[in-house]
Design a protein around this ligand. Structure first.
Ligand code: CO
Length: 134
């Protein structure tokens, strides 16, 4: 069912410092910071030859990243995103197998303008999993 790894998202407590780490220390190509108010995050995209890393920083008062950083003050891996061909088919198959979809169970428009779902980490080996319709 799942296809390519679309991105790995890393929550960071200091976006400028994270850009310096990825751009200068690791030598990667990084984007400018992009505010995504609908998702409560500011994102920097790190382009790698085979996938992307998204550096997530909280934006606004009710950011989902703020709580994560409270528990992980130096930052950490927040989620992985796998591509699927058809998100509704994937959703129905997962629900059938007992996996829990976060929120109301309906796909939302993700950071790249495509439908996404998040799966409960307790059903996914302790990792928050995002599915994106490629
Ligand atoms: Co994501």
């Amino acid at each position: 069912m799942i296809g390519r790894l679309n991105h790995v998202a890393i929550a960071v407590p200091d976006l400028d410092a994270a850009v310096i780490t990825y751009r200068d220390t690791l030598g990667a190509t990084v984007s400018d910071a992009v505010d995504e108010p609908d998702h409560g995050v500011t994102v920097v995209f790190v382009e790698l030859p085979n996938t992307k890393i998204e550096l997530l920083y909280p934006l606004g008062g009710s950011s989902p990243i703020a709580g994560f950083l409270k528990k992980n003050p130096s930052g950490g891996m927040h989620h992985v995103c796998y591509e699927v061909d058809d998100i509704m088919t994937a959703r129905d198959k997962l629900v059938e197998q007992g996996a829990r979809i976060l929120g109301d169970g309906e796909p939302k428009t993700g950071a790249h303008g495509k439908p996404v779902l998040f799966l409960h980490p307790k059903d996914m080996c302790g990792t928050l999993v995002e599915l994106e319709q490629a």
